[in-house]
Design a protein around this ligand. Sequence first.
Ligand SMILES: [Fe+2]
Ligand SMILES: [Fe+2]
Length: 375
Amino acid sequence: MAYKFKSVETKWMEEREGAMNQLVKLPRRAFVQVAGAAAGAVLGKGLMAPHSFQLIEMVKAAGPEASPVKFTVAYISDSHLYTRDLNDRFVRSILKAVDDVNRLDPQPDFVLFGGDLAQLGKPDELQLGLQILKEVKAPLHMMVGEHDWYLDLGETWKGLFGAPNYSFDRKGVHFVVLNSVIEKDFWTALKMTPEERMHTVAGLDNGTQSRFEVGEPQRMWMQQDLAKFDRKTPIVVFSHSPLYKYYKPWNFWTDDADEVQAILKPFQTVTVIHGHTHQVLTNRIGNISFHGLLSTAWPWPYAPEGLPKLTVQMSRPNPFDMNDGLGDGRIEVLTDGLVNKIYNLWDRNPVSVPASYLKSNGAKDKPAAPTYSSY
Ligand SMILES: [Fe+2]
Ligand SMILES: [Fe+2]
């Protein structure tokens, strides 16, 4: 019987569906009332999985060698929103992530959205995403993904969210946000329409498009931006694609990753957080730690080769459970500038990848692979 495999989260989402169906038509105040009422009803039935409380317990359980947490960042990524009349499931999924993040106690210092807000870069998709993300209580920082960009080469996204590359400081840590999904012009010679260009880039595993890159102008901007900082300043870079060469046929890849890593090499403590790969993924190259973000829309399988050896591999998602492999999560920035990365998998136990695991190059504190939490 299919029903017995439904998770508490799936039941919770179904409970809320009627109210949430009206969300896109609701003003902010009404949305908050609807969301609060639905969550209260589900809590009353004991259906809600208290992820945020589990995560706080994990912080307490950190080993004696762990540096204290300085502040936290929450993340939501890769929602791939279609307009609601075409696909309602992805809308409900990002709403769940927003609820997860808004229930964190204490609240994160800020929330990162990791790119691919839209599926086909359409203004309606991006507007819908903006409307939903306005409900995030903590300050929000946006990053662009290729699905947001290639219909109009970023015009709508920039109009809604501003520049795609920028930097900011938080409690002694310097954050850099990049647009890492720039591609060389493959479309003009092929006489592609904007829609054809968007579909080609969204296709991922085709030989037509070029590979992602940060590009020279942005690398120069990054170099100048970082020149102001002492080499001991902790640096955290947010990029949509992984800033290393994972698997080229799927564009799990940044073509000028070597050049970008060279810019980061002089700094003692560097972390790169990326979206796009939709999976539990960890890597360490030289002084740089890399972590992937979970998607709220679908999980990608691991690439058939090139999986970084520090990755705590998640087993294949259950195809009968539409939440499996999805999620959101947190980044704990420690006082020494390193980070613990927490994957809040919706139907599995959360996975915390501690800084000590990466710093020891996998010799210490290896996390357990995520197991099913609800069936
Ligand atoms: Fe994505
Ligand atoms: Fe992507």
